[in-house]
Design a protein around this ligand. Sequence first.
Ligand code: F6P
Length: 356
Amino acid sequence: MKIGLCTGGGDCPGLNSVIRAIVRYAVGSLGHEVIGIEDSFNGLLSDPRRIRPLTPHDVSGILNRGGTILGTSNTGSPFKRRKPEDPDPEEKIQKVVSSFRDLGLDCLIVIGGDGTQGIAYQFSKLGLPIIGIPKTIDNDLTQADVTVGFETAIEVASDAILRLQSTAESHERIMVLELMGRHAGHIALHSGMASGAHIILVPEIPFTYESIIRKIQERQSHDKHYSVIVVAEGAMEKGAEPTYRPSSSGKLQLGGIGTVVADRLYQMTGMETRITVLGHIQRGGQPCPRDRILGSLYGVKAVELAISGQFGHVVVMRDHKMKAVPYEAVANTFRPIAADDMYLKAAEAIGVCLGR
Ligand code: F6P
């Protein structure tokens, strides 16, 4: 078989482990061909130099490397016209389809988040044989218990929270840490639990300042004159909208809620308050061991689907098993923290304030 491979959307730790597993299994063990396509579907749109065969030699030494050796893009869907001077989307769609055919590909494995999988699903409906592999630090993909990148983001964020704990205690301050996750609070909830955050604010539970201050005062009554607050970038006060910041791409970009919370708490309590925004540090650098293992599992399962001709499916890990689910069950969906989520319930049971 000749298998095309690309990575799309925001990068995350573990993408190279997936690429390595696909190439080692498909090419090294089974003797098929894998063709790497750069920068998501953009690689099929223009320059043929952005397309190259991948051998086990090419993927040697990348298991623990951050980013993606194939590059990625989270702008420029072939189905959308961003600026009036851009070519007609129909031209770009036809170009992707004809490049796919000209390369003689039997299928395309797309490693990407919800945006990229949405694009892949549209091509799949146009008849391209596509297999999806989900990745995102946000872990907000329906059907999958865990996506590549999430565990590393938790490790990075957990480490940051622990570091804030000690300096918060020394100075008797309120420390606010803003984390990524878009409209889901999985990263904030998991890392907050892992490192003993006193207050965790997630988009799924709009918060009140009264509840946060109650928790700070409760801690003070136990002679704890500092508090660490983890706030997911998509979190919001009850009755308010999420906080966005200006973005050069023109896309709505979440961010700024940490500063809003810190400023307001300072006004309301008079306590010294500091804000840290962890940002893309959560996405960069070496993947943790779990993401390296998970990347290998996802890659191997995708090759199995390719060999058995099970196109139009996305690989997911669910209930500790690798499964294939149809694209329509995954594309354009989103998995927030459920009201009965066991992590959420456990956090509250052990006294973490969730802002309600
Ligand atoms: O979806 C992954 C993610 O890191 C989100 O958590 C965050 O909101 C967004 O991507 C940031 O995107 P960009 O890299 O375009 O700033």
